[in-house]
Design a protein around this ligand. Structure first.
Ligand SMILES: NC(=O)c1ccc[n+]([C@@H]2O[C@H](COP(=O)([O-])OP(=O)(O)OC[C@H]3O[C@@H](n4cnc5c(N)ncnc54)[C@H](OP(=O)(O)O)[C@@H]3O)[C@@H](O)[C@H]2O)c1
Length: 238
C-alpha cells in the first residue's frame, strides 16, 4: 500500500495544493476539516483533477480539541495499518489587526491555541499512536520579520518554528519534525494591501505549488533534515 499523508487544515488555499501534489505523486491522503461541506467540495475537486478517488479519505474533526485529535488518530491508524504515515499540519488563522495593548488576553490565548498548540498536540497524539515518520508544521514569514499590527500572529508562528526544533529532539530517530514558513503566497489574485511584487527578490508572489514542493521535499526527500524551518518566500524576508 502507498504511504498515507494526513493533511490537517486541508480545505485552505495551501492544503489543496499540498493534497494535489501528494496524490499526483502516488500517495494516499487523509484530509481533515471541521466542515463536511468543505471536505466534499475538496474531494470532488481533487477527484476531477487527479482521477484517483481510491487514494482520498476525508474526516470531519476539530484538531484544536483533544477529542478531534483522538478521532483523527483512530482513523489514521485504521487506514495506515503498519504503513508509515506523514503529517502535514496546515491549520491556522490570520487574526484581526491589533497591537498588544489592544488585545484581550483571550484573543492572544485563542490564536496561540489554534496556530501553535493544535499542531504540537496533534503531533503528540499521532506520534504516540501511529507509525509516524515525518511531520511538517506551518509557521510563517511572520515568524522571521516584523509584521505590523499582528504581534499575536507573529508570536504564535514563532512558537511553531521553535516547536519543530523542540519536538524533533524528542521524537528522533524515528520521526522527523520540520516547519515551513511561507511568504506572500496567493493561489488566486493578491488581495489589496499585499506587499508589492517589486519588494520580492524573485519578483513574483508564491504559488500553492511552491509550498507543496517544499512540503514534498521535507516529507519525502530530506531524510537527514530535522528540527528545521524552511522559509519559502522568494527572498522577501532577506
Ligand atoms: N497563504 C499564505 O500566504 C500563508 C503565509 C504564511 C503562513 N501561512 C500558514 O500556512 C497555513 C495554511 O495557510 P492557508 O493560506 O492554506 O490558510 P487558510 O486558507 O486560512 O486555511 C487554513 C485551514 O485551517 C483551518 N482553520 C482555520 N481556522 C481554524 C480554527 N479556528 N480552528 C480549527 N481549524 C481552523 C481551516 O479548515 P476548516 O475551516 O475547513 O476546518 C482552514 O482550511 C496556515 O497555518 C497559515 O497561517 C500561509
Amino acid at each position: 500500500m502507498s504511504e498515507l499523508v494526513c493533511i490537517t487544515g486541508a480545505t485552505g488555499n495551501l492544503g489543496k495544493s499540498v493534497a494535489r501534489m501528494f496524490l499526483h505523486r502516488g500517495c494516499r491522503v487523509l484530509l481533515q476539516s471541521r466542515s463536511q461541506q468543505r471536505l466534499d467540495a475538496l474531494v470532488q475537486q481533487l477527484q476531477s483533477s487527479c482521477g484517483c478517488d481510491a487514494h482520498i479519505c476525508a474526516i470531519v474533526a476539530d484538531v484544536t480539541t483533544e477529542e478531534g485529535r483522538l478521532k483523527l488518530a483512530r482513523v489514521c491508524s485504521a487506514l495506515s495499518g503498519t504503513d508509515r504515515v506523514a503529517l502535514v499540519h496546515l491549520v491556522g488563522e490570520f487574526p484581526r489587526n491589533a497591537e498588544f495593548s489592544q488585545l484581550q488576553s483571550h484573543e492572544l490565548t485563542r490564536i496561540v491555541h489554534i496556530n501553535a498548540l493544535s499542531g504540537i498536540n496533534t503531533t503528540r497524539i499521532l506520534a504516540s499512536q501511529i507509525p509516524l515518520h515525518s511531520v511538517v508544521l506551518f509557521a510563517s514569514i511572520g515568524a522571521h520579520i516584523h509584521l505590523q499590527h499582528r504581534p499575536h500572529y507573529r508570536l504564535s508562528k514563532m512558537l511553531v518554528k521553535d516547536a519543530a526544533s523542540v519536538l524533533s529532539r524528542e521524537l528522533a530517530p524515528n520521526i522527523r519534525v520540520n516547519s515551513v514558513s511561507p511568504g506572500a503566497i496567493f493561489v488566486d489574485s493578491p488581495p489589496a494591501g499585499a506587499p508589492p511584487e517589486t519588494r520580492i527578490p524573485l519578483a513574483r508572489y508564491g504559488k500553492g505549488n511552491d509550498i507543496a514542493e517544499a512540503v514534498w521535499f521535507l516529507t519525502k526527500q530530506a531524510t537527514y533534515v530535522t528540527g528545521q524551518d524552511l522559509v519559502v518566500d522568494g527572498g522577501l524576508s532577506l
